[in-house]
Design a protein around this ligand. Structure first.
Ligand code: NDP
Ligand code: MG
Ligand code: MG
Length: 330
């Protein structure tokens, strides 16, 4: 059974009087920094000059360079984009990391794939909220917290786990529950989920459905509603009560179509390909490709981004979303 931790399991004293440096102030950084501060922790923010720096100061934080924040910190939480972390770690964090301090992440990529190799005299942990940053903050402000995963990669102090749990409590996660994992499990499942299901799988499914309808002569506007817009309504139901709640809420005709057709779309061939995708994550093929892609200044990534933006579903979507005033708030 999976190990779960709650507020009663937390020993807050392990972070008492400690300085936490949040490196990066984007989606996760702004949320984790503010939650920890509101929980009574001493938080500073490490950044380069720019947009995020201004925002963090506006939010009332002491902001300094990554090197200086690391020097002052007992607990360093790295919340920069994953593909930037290795270089900033090498140049600014490693030379300033205090012996006995804790180096921490919200995703295991750089540790698991050996892009960051910490010294032996620090703890290395992960606290990974299972939620986008804005929700990490919003749910905390409402008096609760989002679930998180925690993991220990290296336990120099003998207190690595307790510190990770105290941090998780500071961002609110012990209200919801904290699940123990490993860097390997978190990294591989996170990459697999976003590639096969959440991002890659869903985007292609939506486009394939849209293209099929449009090529058969149906109006792109109608195809957009059926294949993209309504997805949110379905996913909301799954999120609230699993597949059963979604199937309870849809018509019996839709439910019959679900059972009779779903497996003709996600076929044995698709499942075999999913296994291959997982193997390429496990054996480092995906990580190597993404690291090299970044070193080459992202030629495939940039080209693909442009091509995707030119797809018909994006053109018609832009027009249709203007009709839905409640979507244009931000
Ligand atoms: P963002 O892209 O939102 O934030 C990046 C931040 O890093 C910005 O404040 C940026 O500042 C700063 N930054 C970039 N380069 C540097 C640099 N060279 N020196 C100093 N600061 C720099 O990142 P996320 O919050 O999305 O991701 C952070 C971590 O959290 C990742 O490990 C990710 O996998 C993990 N995670 C993210 C989730 C999410 O919902 N987004 C969910 C769970 C985990 P500037 O304005 O100067 O560019
Ligand atoms: Mg991810
Ligand atoms: Mg319908």
């Amino acid at each position: 059974m999976v190990k779960m931790f709650y507020e009663a399991d937390v020993n807050k004293e392990v972070l008492n009087g400690k300085t936490i440096a949040i490196i990066g102030y984007g989606s996760q950084g702004h949320a984790q920094a503010q939650n920890l501060r509101d929980s009574g922790c001493k938080v500073i923010v490490g950044l380069r000059p720019g947009k995020s720096w201004e925002q963090a100061e506006k939010d009332g934080f002491v902001v300094c360079s990554v090197a200086e924040a690391t020097r002052q910190a007992d607990f360093v939480q790295i919340l920069m984009p994953d593909e930037r972390q290795a270089q900033v770690y090498r140049d600014e964090i490693a030379p300033n990391l205090k012996p006995g301090s804790t180096l921490s992440f919200s995703h295991g990529f750089n540790i698991h794939f050996g892009q960051i190799v910490p010294p032996a005299d620090v703890d290395v942990v992960m606290i990974a909220p299972k939620s986008p940053g804005h929700l990490v903050r919003r749910v905390y402000v409402e008096g609760f917290g989002v679930p998180s995963l925690i993991a220990v990669h290296q336990d120099h102090s003998g207190q690595a786990h307790a510190k990770a749990l105290a941090y998780a409590s500071g961002i609110g996660s012990t209200h919801a529950g904290v699940i123990e994992t490993t860097f390997r499990e978190e990294t591989e499942t996170d990459l697999f989920g976003e590639q096969a299901v959440l991002c890659g799988g869903v985007s292609e499914l939506v486009k394939a459905g849209f293209d099929t309808l449009v090529e058969a002569g149906y109006k792109p506007e109608i195809a957009y509603f059926e294949c993209l817009h309504e997805l949110k309504l379905i996913v909301d139901l799954m999120y609230e009560g699993g597949l059963a709640r979604m199937r309870y809420s849809i018509s019996d005709t839709a439910e019959y179509g679900d059972y009779s057709t779903g497996r003709r779309i996600v076929t044995d061939e698709t499942r075999a390909e999913m296994k291959k995708v997982l193997r390429e994550i496990q054996d480092g093929t995906f990580a190597r490709n993404w690291i090299l892609e970044n070193q080459a200044n992202r030629p495939s990534f940039n080209a693909r981004r442009r091509l995707e933006s030119e797809h018909g579903i994006e053109q018609v979507g832009e027009k249709l979303r203007k009709m839905m005033s409640w979507l244009n708030k931000e």
